[in-house]
Design a protein around this ligand. Sequence first.
Ligand code: ADP
Ligand code: MG
Length: 256
Amino acid sequence: MTEVSMAKEDVASTGDLVVLKSVNKHFGALHVLQDIDLTIARGEVVVVIGPSGSGKSTLCRTINRLETIDDGSISIDGKPLPHEGKELARLRADVGMVFQSFNLFAHKTVLENVTLGQVKVRRKDRKQAEERARTLLDRVGVGAQADKYPAQLSGGQQQRVAIARALAMEPKVMLFDEPTSALDPEMINEVLEVMQQLARDGMTMIVVTHEMGFARSAANRVVFMADGRIIEQAAPDQFFSNPRSDRAKDFLSKIL
Ligand code: ADP
Ligand code: MG
């Protein structure tokens, strides 16, 4: 059993951590995000679901500024996301991201993967960074793999390294975009367990997933998207037992 025990970084402060106001984005003629208003409280776990192409990944990518927005605003911990420069790199480091594909540096060891960003972006001393990396790798259950290269690990192990790498930056919020979709079935749970533990430890999380078991047990709120809009949002119990919109009913009838 993997264990991720993380002191909640900012226990004293409360309130809204991620705030999107009237966010719009187009890809050419495609209005991919339409008037998105979304507020995520510190420590909240929000699961985003919806049909393929509804804008879930784009939403994630705008939150850490991998994509620009056309209008509206996004702020993280009270600070509006800047457009470029050093400040952007720092703020982006506040948002940890784990993708469907593992995105580890193939030519670096597992330990280096988790150490690098701490040294380059967070300006940590290498020794301290390596120590933190080893602690995090232990916590996600891959401490024994520290000196291997990503290709020598299973998909589930690689994804846990990716989570450790994101956590190493001491993010204020973690974004997960279908983190288990590319995994063989037997590896899905080991990754979900790490995420469950992270949620229990109070990490603020936005999770795009088709794992409805995770949504039911870990989420405080389910956000349902279709065609670039948030159609409805509710506590998981309420959403799964009594979806209000036809779009959500239709979606759930296909996946449950
Ligand atoms: P989801 O993650 O919900 O499946 P995405 O956010 O990936 O949806 O995509 C939403 C829509 O935007 C899709 O129609 C997709 O084809 C389109 N899209 C995504 N990225 C780009 C891009 N870089 N350029 C043009 N269209 C894109
Ligand atoms: Mg997607």
